[in-house]
Design a binder for this molecule. Sequence first.
Ligand SMILES: *[C@@H]1O[C@H](CO)[C@@H](O)[C@H](O)[C@H]1NC(C)=O
Ligand SMILES: *[C@@H]1O[C@H](CO)[C@@H](O)[C@H](O)[C@H]1NC(C)=O
Length: 249
Amino acid sequence: MASHLWYPLLLVAIFLLMQTSDCFIHSRAAFYPNSDENGTDIGACGFGSFGATINGGDVSAASDLYRGGVGCGACYQVRCTDTAHCSSKGVTVVITDQGSSHGTDFVLSQRAFSKMAQTADAAASLLSIGVVDIEYRRVSCSYPNKNITIKVDENSNFPHYMGFVIWYQQGIKDITAVQLCETQNFVCKLLDRSYGAVWTTTTPPSGPLQVRMLFSDDDGDETWLVPVNNIPEDWKAGETYDTGVQVNI
Ligand SMILES: *[C@@H]1O[C@H](CO)[C@@H](O)[C@H](O)[C@H]1NC(C)=O
Ligand SMILES: *[C@@H]1O[C@H](CO)[C@@H](O)[C@H](O)[C@H]1NC(C)=O
C-alpha cells in the first residue's frame, strides 16, 4: 500500500487514543496554605467539616472543574510530573471547594499534596516548591461500606426551609438534578442548587420524603436513582439519613 494511504488511518488511531479515559491532562497544583493538613471546613461545596476530612483528608479545591458546583464530590487522580520526587500513582482527591492559586486547576490539602511524593523527603521538597506541574484525570470515587447519605443542613426548619448535601456518591458521574418526593402519592418537586452541592427548597413537603438523584455523564447519559430508604417524617436539622443505595457508575 502506498504510504499516503496510511496517513488517514494514523489520524484515526491517534484520535481513538485521545478518546480513552486513560488520558491525563497537564496542569498545575498548589496546596492549602493553612497549617491543618486536611481541607477546609468552609469549602464552597457546602460540605462543612465533612469536606475537610472525607477520603481521609485527600481533598481539593478546583477552579474550572468546580463547574458551578456540579463538580463537587467528583474524584480526580492527580500526580506531579517531576520524576525525581513524584510517584507514578499520585493521589486520588475529592473536590470539596472552589479555588485556585497562581492559576492552578487544583488546590490540594497538604496531606494530598504530600502524597504525590515518593518519600517524606520528596514531600518536603514539593511543599517547599509550593506550586508544581501535574497531570490529572477523572476517576471513580470509592467509599467502601458506605451508602449514599443525605445530610440535612443545620438551618433547615420545617415547613419554611429544607437544605441538604449528598455524601458518599461513588462512581464517575455527576448529580445534575435532585427531586424531593412525598411518599403518599409521589408528587415530586425539583430542588434548586443553591450553591456547591447544597440542594434546597422553601416549601418542603410533609410526611416521609424520598430524594431522587439524576446521574449524568459526559456522553449525555442520564439515570434517575430512586433510594430504598426515605427521610422520616420527623427529620431533623443536622441529621444524616442513609438512602440505602449506592452507585458504581
Ligand atoms: C484530618 O482527616 C483525617 C481523616 O478523616 C482525620 O482522621 C484527622 O483527625 C483530621 N485532622 C484534623 C487536624 O482535623
Ligand atoms: C446500605 O443499604 C442497605 C439497604 O439497601 C443496607 O442493607 C446496608 O446495611 C447499608 N450499608 C451500610 C454500610 O449502611
